[in-house]
Design a protein around this ligand. Structure first.
Ligand code: BG6
Ligand code: MG
Length: 213
């Protein structure tokens, strides 16, 4: 495969914010008296904020009203944002900066494909916004992951065909989305995905562009 473009998920691929999402959801689940553990968290990784709350409520067989749901979503986001206040370049996961720089040198197109509505804010905090030719986040899609829309919009923005693009993901919902869209998939930092992705690596430092020229 000769790669022409890369699409990166954000949380858990570029930056270590998955743990902040997990902590905030754990606090919400506790308020709702719902048991929520790391295995449950695997099911919501990559989903939109709203879909994540639906899954958590299903776990506890709880049905919230429309307004209760809005309140919990706002509270979760407030807790999450408070917890990432001091996020900075040191929180970039291993190999990220090197791969972004190498890809730019080789004139590859780069896109972000994230479910997060906080994605642009986080990229700014990490000082890596300018590396991306296209940024598609939770504000830009009607159908969130596992629907492929976020990645298909990324491909369209880069002006490339899906078969020339690699998608990096740490969540099952994201790998599914990319596969449905027809992309080459690389699971990052999640060995449980090794059977469903095309490739599985521990961190982006293991991905060598020279093997795809
Ligand atoms: C995804 C995360 O990137 O974004 C999920 O994997 C998170 O854990 C989702 O729920 C939505 O993020 P946000 O920042 O819009 O609440
Ligand atoms: Mg992720």
């Amino acid at each position: 495969m000769k790669i022409k473009g890369l699409i990166f998920d954000l949380d858990g691929v570029i930056v270590s914010t998955e743990i902040n999402h997990f902590d905030a959801w754990s606090a919400i689940a506790e308020q709702l008296s719902i048991e929520f553990n790391e295995a449950d968290n695997e099911k919501i990784k990559g989903l939109s904020r709203s879909d994540s709350l639906d899954v958590i409520c299903d776990l506890g067989s709880i049905q919230l009203t429309y307004y209760e749901k809005l309140e919990y979503l706002e509270l979760k986001n407030k807790m999450y944002l408070d917890s990432i206040q001091s996020l900075n370049k040191d929180d970039l996961l291993p190999g990220v900066l090197h791969l972004l720089k190498q890809a730019k040198k080789k004139d590859l197109k780069l896109a972000l494909g994230s479910s997060s509505k906080n994605a642009k804010y986080i990229l700014q905090k990490l000082f890596i916004t300018d590396y991306f030719d296209v940024i598609i986040d939770g504000n830009d899609v009607e159908s969130p992951k596992p629907d492929p829309e976020v990645f298909l919009k990324g491909a369209e923005g880069m002006g490339l065909n899906v078969e020339d693009i690699v998608v990096f993901e740490d969540a099952e919902s994201g790998i599914l989305a990319a596969q449905t869209g027809g992309f080459y998939t690389v699971a990052v930092g999640n060995r449980k995905l090794k059977n469903c992705a095309d490739e599985c690596i521990d961190h982006l430092g293991e991905f060598l562009l020279k093997n795809y020229e």
